[in-house]
Design a protein around this ligand. Structure first.
Ligand code: PLP
Length: 295
């Protein structure tokens, strides 16, 4: 999907008191080259990002995404982002997003140019791909070993698990492997048999009438869509929970979804070729909620 709009930000310190940051934004031609070849984001994937869903020009859950950006920056020892500056940049990008239908705003914070003075930051806006087939017909997934144990994130924080880094080559390779195995997407599991997340989405299972998701205990991203959907389910009187889920829990689910900011709720129809029941009415209600304006 071609970029519609892009702006570069001169990142401001987190205690910068300026009320208006628009003088720190430089709108650029989204189809023209913009980054220095010395960029550490492109050389090493050294940076972080967020993808915000946009519906009819409204950026969804901006605050949750900004909080996660700050959390990722902390894990990666990047300077704390000035959230007001990013908030204003998201508002500008939203004005340049499709005013009808769905879009995506991406926030990127890179460590910057090698030996350069400051991080590099930019924001883009595009129209979103059509995800209606995944939402309505569902997706088949395979489980893939992520190659570490449930206790690895705590023992090896330098792996940056739990940060949304730009280093997504492994995530993309997992999706390609899932496709080679005849599925649409993957669910990562630990080598010692616990369920984690998908390469670009969170997993929600319904087991015995409760909605559960793997605990974001450092090894996975805390999904903004899952958080929002759990708040919605709780408001409707459903029970939700974060749990350390063994892979056997996948076989106990009477419905399962992958949820993320742009594809929204995709019902899982099979895990490792074992069919999973799906609840079309509930899935449709999830997506109606996720497409409604959310702050
Ligand atoms: N987990 C991973 C690894 C992701 O990349 C994403 C989103 O891209 C998610 C979970 C879901 O996060 P969100 O709901 O905030 O899009």
């Amino acid at each position: 999907m071609a970029l519609r709009f892009a702006l570069v930000i001169e990142p401001a310190a987190s205690d910068d008191p300026r009320p208006v940051f628009s003088d720190s934004f430089r709108v650029i031609d989204p189809s023209a080259p913009a980054l220095s070849v010395g960029e550490l984001s492109t050389q090493r994937g050294d940076g972080i990002f967020e993808s915000i869903g946009v519906v009819d020009g409204h950026a969804q859950e901006t605050e949750a995404h900004l909080e996660r950006l700050a959390h990722s920056a902390q894990i990666c020892d990047l300077p704390a982002p000035n959230l007001e500056q990013w908030r204003q940049a998201v508002a500008v990008a939203a004005q340049h997003s499709p005013s009808e239908g769905e879009g995506v705003i991406k926030l990127i914070l890179s460590r910057g140019v090698e030996h350069g003075p400051a991080p590099t930051a930019w924001v883009t806006a595009t129209a979103a791909a059509d995800n209606s087939i995944a939402r309505e017909k569902g997706i088949r997934v395979v489980t893939l070993d992520r190659g570490y144990g449930i206790d690895t994130p705590a023992r090896a924080p330098w792996l940056l698990l739990g940060a949304k880094t730009l280093s997504y080559a492994v995530n993309m390779a997992a999706i390609r492997e899932a496709k080679r195995r005849g599925a649409d997407d993957a669910v990562f599991v630990t080598s010692d048999g616990f369920v984690l997340e998908a390469p670009t989405a969170s997993l929600i299972l319904r087991i015995g009438g409760r909605f559960v998701t793997p605990a974001p205990n450092g090894g996975i991203l805390h999904g903004t869509t899952q958080l929002s959907l759990f708040a919605h389910l709780e408001a409707q009187g459903h029970e939700t929970g974060y749990e350390v889920l063994p892979t056997s829990a996948l076989g106990e689910a009477d419905a399962a979804w992958l949820v993320s900011s742009v594809r929204l709720a995709a019902p899982i129809t099979a895990i490792d070729d074992i069919e999973v029941p799906s609840d079309a009415e509930l899935t449709a209600s999830f997506n109606r909620y996720l497409l409604s304006p959310r702050d």
